[in-house]
Design a protein around this ligand. Structure first.
Ligand SMILES: C[S@@+](CC[C@H](N)C(=O)[O-])C[C@H]1O[C@@H](n2cnc3c(N)ncnc32)[C@H](O)[C@@H]1O
Length: 214
């Protein structure tokens, strides 16, 4: 769904403290930037609740939220700055299509794909954040023990992703077709997730790694 332009939010991006303007300039130095913390990257963070609340829950880990939409990113940026969370939380307002230009090999520990746009039409399949174009780049930037954690309400996107990950050489280590059936205090809810859970819809979740250790 297209988001309406929110002028104050777009304007806010001009002065946001949490914003990383040129992520490729930090390639290879992210661990230094974050004091050797474990690095999480959330792609398509929307208005930012997930990365913000995870950064609060895990102050010893670092969160890099990526959002291409200016209005959503501006709203997230304001929240991040207001929370004064700069020690372990930053925002990149860009399309992640070339994400491997921002991180060097093994620099990222966890990639989060939360309620990614499903792009149901086949001609737009390349835009899905779990398409092979993205999965090949994630494989380059993930650490040896690295993980990709995906949550969605969309069963078609979930089915598509299971095959894409398998074909790209990932190994599934966790799967649930009703993740919030149990309490998961260790993993906060996104804005979309709150909405779907309140409607009683199941949340599909899967975690993949590239390492072969059982
Ligand atoms: C459906 S929303 C979900 C937002 C949030 N993750 C949540 O669960 O509430 C998906 C978001 O991903 C962003 N997005 C989609 N493709 C992207 C890309 N290639 N790079 C960065 N952001 C992207 C969209 O702009 C949108 O804000």
């Amino acid at each position: 769904m297209r988001m309406r332009k929110v002028k104050w939010a777009v304007d806010y991006l001009n002065d946001a403290n949490c914003l990383i303007e040129d992520p490729s300039a930090l390639k290879g130095t992210w661990k230094e930037r974050f004091d050797q913390k474990k690095i999480h990257v959330e792609i398509g963070c929307g208005k930012g609740n997930y990365s913000l609340n995870m950064a609060k829950l895990y102050p010893q880990e670092a969160f890099i939220a990526v959002e291409k939409n200016e209005s959503a990113a501006g709203i997230a940026a304001k929240k991040f700055d207001d929370a004064n969370q700069q020690e372990n939380l930053v925002l990149i307002q860009k399309d992640a299509a070339n994400i491997s230009e921002w991180f060097s090999a093994g620099e990222v520990d966890v990639i989060h794909l939360n309620f990614s746009d499903p792009w149901p039409k086949k001609r737009y399949a390349k835009r899905r954040l779990s398409s092979s174009q993205f999965l090949d780049q994630y494989a380059q930037i993930l650490s040896d023990e690295g993980q990709i954690q995906m949550k969605t309400d969309n069963s078609s996107l979930f089915e598509y992703s299971l095959i894409e990950f398998q074909n790209a050489g990932y190994r599934m280590i966790e799967i649930s077709v009703d993740y919030r059936r149990e309490t998961h205090d260790e993993d906060v809810m996104t804005e979309y997730e709150e909405k779907f859970v309140s409607l009683g819809q199941p949340i599909y979740r899967c975690v993949w790694t590239r390492n072969n250790k059982e």
